[in-house]
Ligand binder design. Structure first.
Ligand SMILES: Cc1cc2nc3c(=O)[nH]c(=O)nc-3n(C[C@H](O)[C@H](O)[C@H](O)COP(=O)(O)O)c2cc1C
Length: 486
């Protein structure tokens, strides 16, 4: 992962933990409403992909165990990982693009309900993404993938050469020469792997996104409701289709790109179809970016404007993340796909303990507060969720008291210790396993390996019934907290 050049090492500093009585009187452990859904607490576990579904997107026992473990900590809300709305192969990510996924998802809902004793509201994050291919072997790229076009002939001064000779010549060219002969997107496909963009409207399926996505999201939402989820989070963040529509880099000429009004058009159309499918009372919100953190990308002003548009349209909550884009991702090794959390924008999304002067803790608080201020100034009370480096009670409580957000998300901290919520609430915060923000989990995510935490995945491997990774070296969930319910 990219890190700021200052290389300042930060230590997590959760501060003083509250007594049970202090926690009981806090805002953090007090209720908040999202549409008709009451959250008992203002605590939130944001979506985290653990790479535990079957290759065809079904819920596994490992998925159930993972969410069960989070639910035991009784956060106010738990958001199930980014779940694909299409019925297409996408590796061990959950999917919801067909009714055959319903039995597994139903079981997941029941598991969380049981384990949290009905205290945790369960949402599911619905995602669409475009094609991203592996970085190819150069020989294969020139022999097969690259389409020989007029500009290759012109630039090689090879108008009448047979195609095979052009391919062979290109395969032998040094890098600087290739940069002159290939088009920028061809060069990108060679160096990073081919990646579709929402602006590729010459591709019929990309041009048709505004026609197909509202229906796909609405079908996914209907299934989520049928499976018993308490609500839906539309994934409008990071490197994926909907965030790319919102981006300033989206210059589609068909009324869905350019000005903010156009960029927000499809996200609003998707929301309206989803709303139509699930009804007025069902909680639906979205996760989007407080800042894209890339050159020419969306700023906080864009996010504030979108936040108001989403609130006006009737979204029930807004969850703010930041960065996580392909645009500045590191070059992957040959045979691997680019990963949108390896560049500076990826750092902003999951800031690590090696940081700059601002440090990794709470980088998203002020940008989120700016979005919330704009939403409030426009007269809407839509709850706003903030996430990013939050791990201490004092920090969480302060930002709630100062009106920076309404709900606090802890992603890596709850992965490090899913009992954070119960421990802190019951006055036993000193037993919390504090996240080191070393991004061990993120590195596993990057390799599409089962995500675990270095604070617990090698402990008690011999205990009976411990489920382990495929190589048998790591446990898949932390041991139960001694004070937790049997
Ligand atoms: C292993 C892992 C998987 C993640 N998967 C998702 C995801 O599916 N959807 C999403 O919106 N964010 C995802 N994120 C980002 C987190 O939700 C969160 O925004 C980020 O980790 C910063 O919050 P934190 O500092 O509390 O960890 C993931 C993060 C991690 C570490």
């Amino acid at each position: 992962m990219w890190r700021p050049p200052e290389r300042i090492k930060w230590k997590p500093a959760p501060g003083r933990w509250p007594t049970r009585e202090e926690a009981a009187q806090s805002l953090l452990f007090g209720p908040v409403a999202i549409n008709r859904m009451g959250l008992e607490r203002r605590t939130w576990v944001p979506a985290m992909v653990p790479w535990r579904a079957t290759e065809d997107g079904c819920v596994t026992d490992e998925n159930l165990e993972w969410y069960e473990r989070f639910a035991r900590g009784q956060p106010g809300a738990l958001v199930v990982e980014a779940t694909g709305i299409r019925d297409v192969a996408s590796g061990p990510l959950l999917r919801i693009g067909h009714d055959r996924f319903l039995p597994g998802l139903r079981e997941l809902v029941q598991t969380v309900r049981r384990a949290s004793e009905g205290r945790t509201r369960l949402l599911i994050q619905l995602i669409d993404f475009l094609a991203v291919r592996r970085r190819p072997e150069p020989a294969r790229f020139f022999a097969r993938h690259l389409e020989i076009r007029p500009w290759h002939r012109e630039r090689l001064v090879a108008e009448d050469w047979p195609e095979a000779r052009i391919r062979e010549t290109l395969a032998r060219l040094p890098d600087e020469e290739l940069a002159r002969v290939l088009a920028p997107r061809e060069l990108e496909a060679l160096r990073y792997g081919y990646r579709e963009r929402v602006t590729d409207i010459a591709l019929p399926h990309v041009r048709a996104l505004p026609e197909v996505l509202p229906g796909l999201f609405a079908d996914g939402a209907r299934r989520a409701q049928e499976a018993g989820f308490d609500g839906i989070e539309l994934h409008y963040a990071h490197a994926y289709t909907m965030a790319s529509f919102l981006s300033r880099l989206n210059d589609r000429p068909d009324g869905y790109g350019g000005a903010r009004e156009n960029r927000v058009r499809l996200p609003l159309e998707v929301f309206r179809r989803v709303r139509g499918a699930v009804g007025a009372d069902y909680p639906v919100g979205c996760r989007f970016l407080a800042e894209e953190c890339i050159a020419g990308g969306n700023t906080v002003e864009d996010a504030a404007w979108f936040g108001v548009a989403f609130a006006r349209a009737g979204m029930d909550f807004l969850s703010l993340s930041r960065g996580g884009k392909f645009d500045d991702a590191r070059q992957p090794a040959i045979g691997w796909t680019a990963y949108p959390y390896t560049g500076p924008s990826g750092y902003e999304c999951m800031p690590q303990y090696i940081s700059d002067r601002r440090g990794p803790f709470g980088r998203n608080v002020e940008p989120t507060a700016a979005v919330r201020d704009a939403v409030r100034a426009a007269g809407f009370t839509t709850p706003v969720v903030v996430t990013g480096g939050i791990h201490g009670f004092e920090q969480a409580e302060r930002l709630l008291r100062e009106g920076k957000a309404d709900i606090v998300g802890l992603a890596r901290q709850s992965l490090a210790d899913p009992d954070w919520f119960e421990k802190v609430r019951s006055g036993r915060g000193d037993e919390v396993m504090v996240c080191a923000y070393a991004n061990y989990c993120e590195a596993l995510d990057q390799k599409h390996e089962q995500v675990t935490c270095q604070l617990w995945d090698r402990k008690g491997l011999d205990e009976p019934g411990v489920r382990k990774t495929r190589d048998g070296k790591r446990r898949l969930v932390p041991a139960l907290w001694h004070a937790s319910r049997p």
